[in-house]
Design a protein around this ligand. Structure first.
Ligand code: ADP
Length: 164
């Protein structure tokens, strides 16, 4: 009998902050693969609203109920982190055709850099198709209600951030 290879998947992103759309993708991946690592990018050039530690904590807190999901921060090249973690699948979320064009370009680059890493694209439930961290940050900055878009601990953190 051939030995079945375990699927160890990496889901990279900036997660500034993590939204219900990200959580939808993570939950789907957790049912499909053996192990899911949420790889939170330091992204220093993005001037993030939340620190890397805060973003990793959001990811850990909201996935506590999923026993095959973990979250880690990384800096530098995503493929290098994927190699270190011995990941064999890369997950990306696809919302629109714009995401597709962008992701398609990235996938070809990743394949050259790490041929063993297979990219898998997942689509979220339709209510999350237009949700992005950028929109959430904008709504929060202008005092709008973000509770329907993000997990409760993220909504609380956004409220605190706004009042700083
Ligand atoms: P990045 O800095 O890589 O764009 P993001 O945190 O914005 O990081 O997104 C990480 C991944 O999650 C990307 O694959 C992105 O397309 C996907 N994603 C973001 N928001 C959603 C959503 N609402 N539904 C599905 N996928 C999403």
């Amino acid at each position: 009998m051939t030995k079945q290879r375990l699927s160890r998947v990496i889901y990279p992103g900036t997660f500034d902050p993590l939204t219900n759309g990200h959580l939808d993708i993570i939950s789907r991946a957790a049912t499909m693969f053996d192990e899911v690592i949420i790889a939170v990018a330091a992204s220093p050039s993005k001037n993030t609203m939340f620190t890397l530690e805060e973003r990793v904590k959001f990811a850990r807190d909201v996935t506590r109920h999923l026993d095959n999901v973990s979250a880690k921060g990384f800096s530098g090249l995503m493929v290098e982190f994927a190699k270190t973690e011995k990941a064999n699948v890369l997950i990306r979320g696809l919302r629109t055709t714009t995401d597709f064009e962008y992701e398609f370009g990235l996938t070809n680059m990743y394949r050259r850099l790490m041929p063993d890493l297979e990219s898998v694209f997942l689509t979220p439930a339709e209510e999350y198709a237009f949700l992005s961290s950028t929109i959430v940050r904008e709504v929060a900055i202008h005092g709008g209600d973000v509770e329907q878009f993000v997990p409760p601990i993220v909504a609380k953190a956004l409220k605190l951030k706004k009042n700083v």
